[in-house]
Design a protein around this ligand. Structure first.
Ligand SMILES: [Zn+2]
Length: 273
């Protein structure tokens, strides 16, 4: 199964498989990145499985030419919090996650590797090639409702004087409208937050009843794209992998498919000097 398309290439290097965005590869001399696929699993667990996940991180880092010892990760608690990384002493150094109650990281420092993980949630990789700033953001449906993508762009503007017109945002594989089915409670939350958007009827759609229960599908990718566009990002700089984790669960980790056994995919991005 090859997931390559007009926006991403699927690289196979032994048992290490990953996606790279064609657009970001244009900056390969100053930027390294990847989205890790199955069979690797980047879910860090207590106890024995830790070794396996960290080996996966290490191998993926080696494949793209970044230093595993300089990997930092947020602990991803479905917050809207984006923090600036400027000290490498915050490195996870194999065992610990440094950034508590955080779902996005931003840096302008060279050689720091920002890592996030997902199983259906949206991961956004940001790059400003002018100011040389990167961000890596976990925007699950709760993060989307809290508009963490907007917080990330604001952080890049406030801390690093990024011009939104320069910022490239790449959207990793995630659950898509074809599979993100919800009931009234979640639908209502989205409607309350995003009902003002003109495309609301496109990204929230009624699909019918399951017994007595109303079912809806929501296009959280489209909502993130609209938020980014409204922040001033150019359409041609919002690059979507277009890959549904559920439709492609043979290669992409999916919570809806694999349930409690679900592993995690990982997005890594790093500036180089
Ligand atoms: Zn799907």
């Amino acid at each position: 199964m090859d997931l390559s398309n007009k926006n991403v290439i699927h690289v196979v290097n032994g048992d290490c498989e990953y996606l790279q965005f064609r657009r970001l590869l244009e900056y390969n001399d100053v930027l390294k990145h990847a989205y890790g696929l199955k069979p690797y699993n980047f879910k860090v667990m207590e106890g024995a499985d830790n070794k396996n996940a960290f080996e996966c991180y290490q191998n993926l880092c080696n494949c793209i030419g970044v230093d595993y010892d300089r990997l930092v990760r947020p602990n991803q608690k479905h917050t809207d919090v984006v923090k600036v990384v400027d000290l490498i002493e915050n490195s996870i150094s194999h065992e610990k996650i440094s950034y508590e109650d955080t779902d996005g990281l931003v840096t302008d420092k060279m050689e720091i590797v920002l890592g996030t993980v997902n199983a259906d949630c949206i991961l956004l990789m940001f790059f400003d090639p002018v100011k040389k700033v990167i961000a890596n953001v976990h925007s699950g449906w709760r993060g989307t409702i809290q508009k963490i993508a907007v917080n990330a762009v604001n952080k890049m503007i406030e801390k690093f004087q990024s011009n939104p017109k320069d910022i490239i945002c790449c959207i990793c594989p995630s659950i898509r409208k074809c599979h993100f089915e919800v009931e009234n409670d979640v639908k209502d939350m989205f409607e309350e937050t995003f009902g003002y958007m003109s495309k609301v009827d496109e990204f929230i759609e009624y699909v019918g009843k399951d017994g007595d229960i109303d079912k809806w599908v929501i296009d959280t990718v489209m909502i993130n794209k609209i938020m980014l566009h409204d922040m001033g990002l150019l359409e041609e700089n919002i690059i979507d992998s277009g890959i549904c984790s559920v439709c492609n669960s043979e290669k992409v980790h999916s919570f809806r498919v694999d349930k409690d056994d679900a592993g995690r995919g990982a997005a890594l991005i790093s500036l180089r000097g």
